[in-house]
Design a binder for this molecule. Structure first.
Ligand SMILES: Cc1ncc(COP(=O)(O)O)c(C=O)c1O
Length: 431
């Protein structure tokens, strides 16, 4: 752990590998693109990308070109795709770094062809089309001209059309299938224009679990790779997924208080009985939602559920640890959320309490939180080989971490294998 780090997100690279394999099995071994936009859904994009590739992903995707270029800088040599571009984007680095560009309109296509001319190398693109989401992607009336011009530029050797894709609105079965029919029309038009796309993709996590008829030859998943459910009514375990992130902290202060003590700003919690309050140094600056205040949310300390009390501050919150006060001391590990199958609070519960989705909570985890790669499989193997615990300092019931003997790897050492990487959000190597 980085010296003094009080806030850690353990990222289980073994869970990411397993989740990607689960998606691959489900879809009959077709291509799996894993989306690591927004810092890998908060998990650290490079950690996520290398784990996903080790789990059998075909390609890694981001929204912005900048995110894709950062992956290259951090040693990720996997095939990359990005699809959200401003009008002033410079595609030259994308071509130099062999990054596929999602092209959503004619101006983008011409800008990409211009960059190909400037570099003297063909650009690789995937057409991003809108089939009903009404968001990023070429509208129906743009398809003919876009595909015609794409085919022409391909014949000139300036671009290579690798794929075509669209995104579902997840507005129910009928709407999904209508988008599928529109997508079929686009694929047929692209072929008629003279291009043969090798990658055809529509399904993200939700459709991957519900609409086999929309798999085509590729699916493109984000949240499922991180082990979380895209559905409100189904949890990770029900989908055969394992949450990859465990958000951890520690108790940094303990105080006994009499009945009637007001807690935190505004005293909106008043202790009914004498108790002990523990201070946990994670606040809304770290993605701990302020609105969890008074919601009934809890954390685990010493394997017990302990309620969060009082308003959450920018850097810290308070937990009532009365019933376990005699068993804990400063430094006691706190789990804010993790895999509920291990007894940890679930991020889905936070999302429910916040009336939002797990995605929003994940990507809100702030930059002060150290992302630490954990390879539980490697640690377990090392433990069974030596007959002892590889992670000497890891408390009972805690997972062992990538900085111990078994899980060591560095960002620059990313290979396609089972390496865990320990680079933090600022590029710092945590191992
Ligand atoms: C175009 C596109 N594809 C795939 C995804 C991944 O979605 P999910 O995390 O639901 O799998 C996203 C995420 O919003 C997206 O914008």
């Amino acid at each position: 752990m980085r010296t003094g780090s009080m806030r850690v997100a353990d990222i289980s690279v073994s869970a990411i590998r397993k989740n990607v394999r689960r998606v691959s099995d489900l879809t009959g071994g077709g291509n799996v693109i894993v989306v690591v936009k927004a810092c890998g859904y908060g998990h650290d994009a490079a950690i996520a990308a290398s784990a996903a590739m080790a789990g059998g992903a075909t390609m890694i995707a981001t929204a912005d070109l900048e995110e894709a270029l950062q992956l290259r800088e951090r040693g990720i040599d996997a095939p990359l795709l990005c699809w959200l571009h401003g009008p002033r984007v410079d595609f030259v680095p994308a071509i130099e770094q062999s990054i596929d560009i999602g092209v959503a309109h004619l101006r983008q296509l011409e800008a990409l062809a211009g960059a190909a001319r400037a570099t003297g190398r063909p650009a690789t693109l995937q057409f991003k089309i809108d089939t009903g989401l009404s968001r990023n992607g070429a509208a129906r009336e743009e398809w003919d001209e876009l595909f015609r011009r794409g085919a022409e530029l391909e014949r000139e050797g300036l671009v290579h059309v690798r794929g075509i894709f669209s995104h579902l609105a997840n507005a129910g079965e009928e709407a999904d299938l209508a988008q599928g029919a529109k997508f079929d029309e686009a694929v047929a038009l692209l072929r008629a224009a003279g291009c043969e796309p090798a990658m055809i993709h529509l399904a993200a996590s939700a459709a991957t679990f519900t609409r086999p008829e929309l798999y085509y030859n590729t699916v493109r998943v984000g949240v499922a790779a991180f082990g979380l459910s895209p559905f409100v009514e189904k949890n990770s375990a029900q989908l055969g997924l394992t949450p990859a992130m465990t958000l951890r902290s520690e108790v940094v202060a303990l105080r006994g208080v009499p009945a009637g003590t007001g807690v935190s700003y505004g005293f909106n919690h008043v202790c009914e009985v004498a108790t002990t309050l523990a201070l946990v140094p994670v606040g809304y600056a770290d993605g701990m939602p302020r609105a969890l205040n008074g919601s009934g949310a809890w954390v685990t300390i010493a394997d017990e559920r302990c309620p969060i009390v009082g308003r959450i501050g920018m850097d810290q919150f308070i937990v009532d640890v009365g019933p376990i006060a005699g068993r804990i001391d400063l430094g006691a590990p706190v789990v804010l959320f993790g895999d509920p199958e291990r007894g940890y609070p679930s991020i889905d519960n936070w999302a429910r309490l916040m009336r939002t989705i797990n995605y929003e909570i994940l990507v809100g985890i702030g930059p002060r939180v150290l992302r630490r790669a954990v390879d539980e499989t490697a640690v377990a193997e090392a433990e069974s080989a030596t007959g002892e615990t590889a992670a000497g300092e890891v408390a009972a019931g805690e997972v062992a971490v990538g900085e111990t003997a078994a899980g060591v790897a560095t960002a620059s050492g990313v290979t396609g294998g089972d390496a865990a990487i320990g680079a933090g959000p600022t590029g710092e190597v945590g191992a």
